[in-house]
Design a protein around this ligand. Structure first.
Ligand code: G4P
Length: 543
């Protein structure tokens, strides 16, 4: 090929590469349990043409009252591998929905998944308004300036007034909102949606509510047919409300949305297919393609040619007969190719993967190439930990996958002395997977497990027994919070004194970082006062 031909070919290739990346929309749906996350996910797949009928996406939530039902936990693990990433094409865009567990005991999994999304959709129940779990998750997204869209669900039920809800979202979630659709009525009187974004009305006809596509559209609020359709009173009310909306709320501005400064709101009913198409169509138009990501060394741009990515989730031992683990990698830049050697930065080791998986709505497939924004699933024999970086060769350590202080702490003891090797291996692998956190006391090397919810202790015990043939027993321990220790000066007298006096409460985490296990809020406060040059953090990552 002559030189000019090569240049043209290469520039075409480069354009194709950038085009692929700009098509990616990788996002998560977050909500308090029962607000309708699973239903909305399913309806997005349905409207996106990725599945043919409702009911295909199974709920991965742990049923109420099933805390001790291990089969339920296993069932949930089985489903969640299938729904971890749901990928599909819609209007020429590649959409990846990352699943986030709703159960609060698995909140840390959700926080970690949020490090791999480029935007989120927040689902709120119209009757319940803003709930606790939503507040926590939105706070994390707000701090990271992740672009957010709010979907107010279950409009077919009687709920709070739309304006009151918008107020609540602003107050409780600290967001600045602007509605892009508006409901016509609510509950029994719910008639449809005014689409502020596209400036049209869609009415949903009573007896056909359940079916996709039974909508009547009007482009003009003054259309006589519209008045016939919803009645004079409802139309007047709608016009008044829309006037209020345009008077009170800022106009939508995509830049502000992308900067996490403005959050568009949609209304609908996922179960009844109201307002989901509007949400999806607008999402495709406004949601970001892969974002830049900060690493310790520098900021990585998705359009860089060289591959980089990080592990945000590990699924292990689905089949107890094989030690199979699937590590989920978010591609931050470049392309990931099958059978190409990549650098595992923490181990300083080159690894090749012969069967990387890409995820689609109802299946996973081995793929030759994946692009920035995509998620690949890599079969792993124990090399990966959550947070590990994989690159073309550069030493990059991605930031933003901190451990948070657990809420519950217990000593873990070996209940079968013949199986101590198995127990240690099991504990180590479960911790790599991020099921819980392990702390080792400095004083006597005793192991302490810290978890977000009490449920994890049972999960660990069950999995140690079934997957590693090891038995453990727990012993209570009084810890209020794990605080990562950050001394101003590692060599000063004050720090030495702190380590000597508080020896009993000092431990190391899995990365050998020093942790102070405070036994009460009061003792933490007193310690802080006594040693002002030592800082205590509730997360393992701090500036
Ligand atoms: P989650 O994933 O956020 O936990 O919620 P999920 O989608 O499972 O929905 C929780 C419940 O709310 C389900 O009912 C679901 O059918 C219902 N739901 C979801 N969207 C709507 C809606 O727009 N309107 C109404 N009225 N209900 C909605 P369930 O009885 O708990 O479960 P199921 O037996 O229907 O599966």
């Amino acid at each position: 090929m002559p030189f000019k031909g090569i240049v043209v070919f290469l520039s075409k290739l480069s354009r194709m590469f950038l085009d692929e990346i700009s098509k990616r929309r990788t996002f998560g749906i977050i909500s308090h349990p029962d607000a309708g996350k699973t239903t909305l996910t399913e309806k997005l797949l349905l409207f996106g043409g990725a599945i043919q009928e409702a009911g295909a996406v199974k709920s991965n939530k742990i049923k109420k009252g099933a805390t001790s039902d291990f089969m339920e936990i296993e069932r949930q693990r089985g489903i969640s591998v299938a729904t971890s990433v749901l990928g599909f094409y819609y209007r020429d865009k590649k959409i990846n929905i990352l699943d986030t567990p709703g159960h609060k005991d698995f909140a840390e999994d959700t926080f970690r998944t949020l490090t791999a999304v480029d935007s989120v959709i927040v689902v709120i129940d119209v009757a319940k308004g803003v709930e606790e779990q939503t507040e926590k998750l939105v706070e994390v997204c707000r701090m990271r300036k992740i672009p957010m869209i709010v979907f107010i669900n279950k409009l077919d039920r009687e709920g709070k007034d739309a304006f009151d809800l918008l107020d609540e979202v602003e107050q409780k979630l600290g967001l600045r909102v602007t509605p892009l659709t508006f409901p016509i009525g609510m509950g029994y009187d719910f008639q449809g949606i005014y689409n502020i974004w596209e400036k049209n009305v869609k009415l949903f006809l009573g007896e056909h509510k359940q079916r996709k596509g039974t909508v009547v559209s009007y482009t003009d609020l003054d259309d006589a047919e519209l008045e016939k359709g919803i009645g004079k009173k409802a139309l007047e009310k709608l016009k008044d409300e829309l006037e209020l909306v345009s008077g009170v709320y800022p106009e939508f501005n995509q830049k502000e949305y992308l900067n996490g400064e403005l959050q568009p709101v949609f209304f609908g009913s996922a179960l009844n297919n109201f307002g989901v198409q509007e949400l999806l169509d607008c999402f495709i138009d406004i949601a970001p393609s892969p974002l830049k990501k900060r690493a310790e060394e520098r900021e990585i741009n998705p359009s860089e040619k060289e591959f980089s990515g990080f592990v945000f989730k590990i699924h292990a031992n689905m089949d107890p007969n094989h030690r199979d683990r699937l590590a989920f990698i978010k591609i931050v830049s470049g392309t990931f190719e099958r059978n190409k050697p990549y650098l595992h930065v923490r181990l300083n080791k080159k690894l090749k993967f012969s069967s990387p998986n890409a995820f689609f709505a109802e299946r996973k497939e081995i793929v030759e190439i994946s692009y920035a924004g995509d998620i690949v699933g890599l079969h792993d024999t124990g090399n990966f930990k959550i947070g590990d970086s994989l690159t073309s060769g550069e030493e990059i350590h991605f930031k933003g996958i901190p451990n948070f202080s657990p809420e519950h702490f217990r000593y873990i003891n070996n209940a079968d002395p013949m199986k101590s090797k198995q127990l240690n291996k099991g504990i180590e692998q479960l911790m790599d997977e991020g099921v819980a956190q392990l702390f080792t006391l400095k004083l006597n090397n005793r192991k302490i497990i810290g978890t977000v919810g009490a449920l994890q202790f049972e999960v660990i015990q069950y999995r140690l027994e079934h997957e590693y043939s090891a038995k453990c027993a727990y012993e209570n321990l009084n810890v209020f919070k794990a605080c990562w220790v950050d001394p101003e000066d590692k060599n000063n007298e004050e720090f030495a004194d702190f380590k000597r006096v508080k020896q009993k409460f000092l431990a190391t985490d899995k990365s050998d970082k020093l942790v102070f296990l405070a036994d009460s809020a009061f003792s933490l406060q007193m310690t802080q006062q006594k040693y002002p040059s030592v800082k205590f953090h509730y997360t393992s990552e701090f500036e």
